[in-house]
Design a protein around this ligand. Structure first.
Ligand code: NAG
Ligand code: NAG
Ligand code: NAG
Length: 182
């Protein structure tokens, strides 16, 4: 226990993201990044893999009930998709709400840059994406995030964004994640 904790302490001391001690038992880290989810483009980062045949006919919201999407999304430092890539998020979301605006989202975020490079954490919960802000619980992680707990605050930056700094039309979501490390 002593050595891993020491290594973690050394790792955290070299962070540029915010990490500070919490009551002597662990550390808290805050990660802020932007997820880019593209769907109606030639090489989309999320694809529809299944849907009940009646889903579209009964659709009440944006995403027909029962739709299953798999995604591999880029995570960047800034809101622009052309800004520095800091990680990627792989997972799936299922339209579990008959309202057409609520997905069950399971997302594994792996950092590919910075002090947490190679480590990932998993969030999983329902996500009513029609709300401007949402919360997802962190249910665990790998590497530096092993046994992590925490929460992510999500904010929609824009939907179907297409401008000079976002050439691949997609949705941009801010993820502000607070992790309690052990
Ligand atoms: C997908 O994009 C095409 C052209 O860019 C557009 O005509 C079509 O309406 C879009 N479909 C959806 C579902 O957004
Ligand atoms: C679709 O709806 C029809 C009519 O309500 C029903 O007979 C059929 O079983 C449904 N199909 C599926 C796959 O749920
Ligand atoms: C991110 O979340 C933390 C804690 O929940 C909060 O203190 C901070 O202001 C948030 N940052 C942004 C950019 O929203």
């Amino acid at each position: 226990m002593g050595i891993p904790f020491l290594l973690l302490t050394i790792l955290l001391l070299s962070l540029q993201c915010n990490a500070s001690p919490v009551d002597g038992n662990g550390k808290v880290a805050n990660l802020l990044f932007y997820l880019h989810n593209t769907h109606n483009v030639s090489d989309p980062s999320s694809v529809l893999v299944a849907q009940n045949t009646n889903a579209t006919a009964h659709a009440r919201g944006l995403v027909p009930f029962s739709s299953v999407y798999v995604f591999d999304d880029v995570l960047t430092e800034g809101t622009a998709s052309t800004s520095k890539v800091v990680g990627n998020a792989q997972g799936f979301y299922i339209e579990t709400g008959k309202d057409g605006y609520t997905i069950l989202e399971t997302i594994d975020c792996e950092m590919t840059d910075g002090p947490f490079k190679g480590s990932s954490f998993l969030m999983s919960s329902r996500n009513q994406f029609s709300n401007p802000t949402r919360e997802l619980p962190v249910v665990g992680g790998r590497g530096a995030f092993r046994m992590a707990q925490g929460y992510g605050l999500l904010r929609t930056v824009c939907v179907d964004c297409l401008d000079a700094v976002n050439p691949s039309k997609g949705d941009i979501i801010e993820y502000n994640v607070t992790l309690y490390l052990r």
